[in-house]
Design a protein around this ligand. Structure first.
Ligand SMILES: NC(=O)c1ccc[n+]([C@@H]2O[C@H](COP(=O)([O-])OP(=O)(O)OC[C@H]3O[C@@H](n4cnc5c(N)ncnc54)[C@H](O)[C@@H]3O)[C@@H](O)[C@H]2O)c1
Length: 276
């Protein structure tokens, strides 16, 4: 398959590119660092010409120092240009990177209505990056409804790199409170190698129409306490819906990844317990 990959030079993009090539696909990269501009619709269309599928990652991230107007321009126009290029060129599948931030219950935006979190949880993003990811998902949903082109929106939490595990352990050793101060993100993470594999599987999995998938490791990041214990300690007022499975798997993630497993045929391989 010839795959148009935006954000191909980014931290996740490099892993996606490598895994695509390993799987025998041809990558057509598109990234600002190579002089490509996602805000230019003609450039996006020209880049995607002759491709069979798209993985869209080019975006501005949740950096509070960034101009909110720029975040909206790059993230929303970028997604729009990718979708319209797909339609014009009859590319039938787009895998796009959203984020857990689309839900508005990460980066300290608000408390969840319940734990564990799943895709049925209401979305209420307010900050520019989070809002741009949510609106990007909505754009994909409505685009699929009209065109029938498959859109798969991946929602990773914090993406962990091979050297991140040791770095976190070290940070906790220096400052134990940093595990939940200033923020506790439900211990959610996904290893970049698992994230990249999910994106690659999104190209060939059975057609789900439009899907939004939480991509999370099977377990939580923790210095020791189990998932239920951490939830009760840090968010005692949030209703618990975890059930008995947390007695059998006490470190089970607080972000439900079962839909991603089912739709993509995906299984995360990297766990906090084995890596850290
Ligand atoms: N890193 C994480 O923890 C995380 C978590 C959830 C979702 N995501 C999403 O995953 C995707 C990839 O993230 P990443 O961590 O690799 O980020 P990154 O910043 O390392 O990569 C983004 C890439 O997009 C490119 N880009 C930015 N603006 C562009 C423009 N105007 N035109 C063309 N290219 C442009 C950048 O040059 C960069 O290479 C993003 O969509 C991000 O929102 C990342």
């Amino acid at each position: 398959m010839r795959v148009f990959v935006t954000g191909s030079q980014g931290r996740i993009g490099r892993y996606v590119q490598a895994q695509l090539e390993e799987a025998g696909h041809t990558v057509v990269g598109f990234d600002q660092v190579s002089g490509d501009e996602i805000r230019d619709p003609a450039a996006v269309r020209a880049g995607a010409q002759g491709c069979d599928a798209i993985i869209h990652m080019a975006a501005m991230l949740a950096d509070p120092k960034d101009d909110p107007n720029a975040v909206m321009h790059v993230n929303l126009q970028g997604t729009w240009h990718v979708l319209t290029a797909a339609e014009t060129l009859n590319i039938r599948r787009v895998v796009t990177f959203s984020s857990v931030n689309a839900m508005g219950i990460f980066i300290g935006e608000s408390l969840p209505d319940y734990l564990p979190i799943d895709e049925d949880h209401p979305c209420r993003p307010g900050r520019p990056y989070a809002l741009s990811k949510y609106l990007g998902e909505e754009m994909c949903r409505l685009f699929t409804r009209r065109t029938g082109i498959t859109t798969i929106c991946l929602r990773p939490p914090w993406v962990c790199f091979p050297d991140s595990y040791q770095r976190i352990r070290q940070r906790w050793a220096e400052n134990p409170e940093s595990e939940w101060t200033p923020l506790w993100e439900y211990g959610a993470f996904c290893d970049v190698r698992d994230v990249a594999r999910a994106a690659v599987l999104g190209l060939t999995c059975p057609d789900p129409g439009h899907a939004r998938l939480l991509l999370c490791a099977d377990d939580i990041i923790t210095s020791g306490p189990a998932s239920r214990e951490l939830a009760a300690k840090i968010h005692p007022t949030v209703p618990w819906r975890g059930g008995e499975v947390y007695e059998q798997q006490p470190f089970r993630a607080l972000v439900d990844n079962s839909r991603a497993k089912q739709v993509l045929g995906w299984q995360p391989r990297y766990s906090w317990r084995e890596q850290a």
